[in-house]
Design a protein around this ligand. Structure first.
Ligand code: ATP
Ligand code: MG
Length: 318
């Protein structure tokens, strides 16, 4: 995960941003924070079946918690973000940590345990005139609706919510010098947002989500660059990630069309072509596939490989 770098930077290289494995992402300002959040969402789209509402829920929560670091913590090392999928579950878990002043000092509450308990309540904020106090509350609600764990640790206070929704708050003898939040989100729950993001008595629907920002074009068209779909074009594993990304983009709205842009891609393997386009063609059926997916800027050699993969896969079936 690249953690050793942050412990002993002379010995260990910084984790690469484009690595497909989950790695610890450090951010010092808003620009770096946005890059880190986008990387987390992109990786989630490759690894997990996600409805658009759940992508938005994940994005909302990760944005809120990472932003808290820059807004409240005064951490000299900025924030650290990591997100991974639990194996054998549709659960994504993200952690955000900082080395800042902690929740109690920020809220001006002496008792550290009381501070973390208050911080996750709706409307609790250190500054009513600029903030609303929704971030921790909404994120905690998402974990509850997911039957996932949630934790908020700051200085000596350790707040932990179990999968069953029981809350424990402990006064630890060894302090964590800063704040960290852990949250699990169940991507298989179709009603996550309806059940969790009710803020101020109204359902909150996050606007301008990742798909809109990154992929939406005019007229019901989504556009994706092939290199965003996966890490390499050489393996079946990579093909599985690319197919999932495409399926996630097309999942909710049958009217949307997708253009995959192959500019600057010069070679792909046959197994990759089969895993992505052969299987999508058979899964969706020829007419739906042709109505919804088109390829742009494809080199002739790649077009030949994709053509052949679709032909062969149509003969063998899934
Ligand atoms: N990383 C952090 N370090 C220090 N204090 C924090 C941190 N995260 C949250 N807090 C404290 O907890 C309070 C509640 O956080 P929360 O995200 O719920 O609301 P907010 O950030 O104040 O408002 P909003 O998220 O609606 O803009 C914050 O006002 C701040 O005092
Ligand atoms: Mg906040």
């Amino acid at each position: 995960m690249g953690l050793p770098h942050y412990v002993e930077h002379r010995k260990f290289a910084k984790p690469r941003l484009n690595s497909s494995d989950p790695s610890v992402l450090q951010y010092l300002d808003q620009d770096e924070r946005e890059v880190a959040v986008d990387k987390v969402i992109k990786s989630a789209l490759r690894k997990t079946d996600l409805s658009r509402a759940n992508i938005a829920a994940l994005e909302w929560a990760v944005n809120e918690i990472t932003d808290n670091v820059l807004t409240h913590s005064q951490s000299h090392v900025g924030g650290f973000l990591i997100c991974h999928k639990l194996s054998h579950h549709d659960i994504l878990e993200f952690t955000v940590a900082d080395a800042g002043i902690g929740v109690a000092r920020s809220l001006g509450i002496l008792d550290e345990c009381e501070a973390v308990e208050r911080a996750i309540q709706e409307g609790v904020t250190r500054n009513k005139s600029t903030n609303q106090g929704n971030g921790l509350y909404g994120t905690y609600q998402l974990a509850l609706a997911s039957s996932g764990i949630f934790a908020l640790n700051s200085a000596h206070a350790n707040l932990y919510v179990t999968k069953a929704g029981e809350m424990h708050i402990r006064d630890e003898s060894i302090p964590y010098k800063g704040t960290y939040v852990v949250c699990q989100i169940d991507c298989a729950n179709p009603q996550l947002i309806e059940h969790a993001l009710t803020i101020g008595g109204r359902e909150h629907s996050p606007a301008y989500d990742y798909i809109e920002r990154k992929h939406e074009q005019a007229g019901g068209v989504l556009r994706v660059e092939a290199k965003d779909l996966c890490q390499t074009f050489g393996s079946r594993q990579s093909g599985i990630e690319a197919r999932r990304y495409i399926s996630n983009l097309l999942r909710d709205d049958d009217g949307l069309r997708l253009e995959v842009d192959f500019a600057n891609v010069f070679v792909i393997s046959s197994s990759f072509a089969d895993e992505v386009f052969g299987k999508l063609f058979v899964e969706m059926g020829p007419l739906r596939y042709m109505r919804r997916i088109s390829l742009r800027n494809v080199a002739p050699a790649i077009e030949g490989l994709i053509d052949r993969a679709i032909t062969l896969r149509s003969q063998t079936g899934l």
